[in-house]
Design a protein around this ligand. Structure first.
Ligand code: FE2
Ligand code: FE2
Length: 244
């Protein structure tokens, strides 16, 4: 009996120590795993962003285009009440949306004259190419979807899949407005920049055709209330790239 009185607290003590140790070990393993995943993701994003910079060098006139699209789309998403996490995904997709242009010939990207049908088809391949490049990175699956769909049209006349309406993911519908607006008000090898007034009219004219009407309504509202937010800031754009 005396032995039991002595043994019971000793056994209970060591069991407690062992139990506590295994919990701490499991927590440490979990923390290490999360840290490893974060580091791996950061390194991958650095590599991908380096590829995006390579496109900037290929086509200096579209330099900072991705940054501006990211800024405009982020703003529109915020005004539409999109959840924070989804806004982060949309912004990440904007940064990478034209990545597939890495596979387009330089002479086509910088051609001043009219594109032939073959050249135009090569340009059009970039949204699918971008998605294919990013597909192996599973943590980017939502980003891949937006990149693939960023040239789809609300009326179904876009590419590469010709999907329409709400079948196009919201991020891609938002990005379509931001991307087209920036392309219109920026200089390109084949055109001078369009005035902001004309570009806004063009976005409004394509409400329900190329663009989701809800995104257009928000764009028109925000642009009318605060035109500064959609001023073409050209290559002077200085918002830092997203934290990797
Ligand atoms: Fe594009
Ligand atoms: Fe673009």
């Amino acid at each position: 009996m005396n032995f039991l009185i002595f043994a019971f607290p000793v056994v209970a003590f060591f069991s407690g120590v062992f139990f506590g140790y295994s919990i701490c070990r499991k927590e440490d393993e979990g923390k290490n795993k999360r840290l490893w995943v974060r580091m791996e993701r950061r390194n991958i994003m650095r590599t991908i962003n380096a590829l995006v910079s390579a496109i900037d060098f290929k086509d200096h006139l579209t330099k900072s285009h991705s940054d501006k699209v990211r800024q405009y789309a982020g703003l529109l998403a915020e005004k539409m009440g999109v959840p924070k996490e989804e806004i982060a995904t949309i912004k990440e997709a904007c940064q990478l949306h034209d990545l597939g242009k890495i596979g387009v010939h330089d002479y086509i990207l910088t051609k001043a004259g009219k594109l032939t049908e073959k050249e135009w088809n090569e340009i059009k391949s970039h949204s699918l190419a971008g998605a294919v490049i990013l597909k192996p990175f599973h943590f980017l699956s939502k980003v891949v979807k937006i990149v693939r769909q960023h040239h789809e049209r609300y009326d179904g006349g876009g590419y590469p899949d010709g999907i329409k309406g709400d079948d196009i993911t919201l991020g891609a519908r938002i990005m379509a407005v931001a991307d087209s607006y920036d392309a219109m008000v920026s200089k390109r090898p084949y055109k001078d920049p369009m005035s902001i007034k004309k570009a806004v009219e063009e976005i409004a004219r394509n409400r329900g055709k190329q663009f989701d009407p809800r995104v257009v309504d928000i764009f028109l509202k925000v642009q009318a209330e605060n035109p500064e937010l959609f001023k073409n800031i050209g290559d002077k754009y200085s918002e830092p790239r997203p934290k990797e």
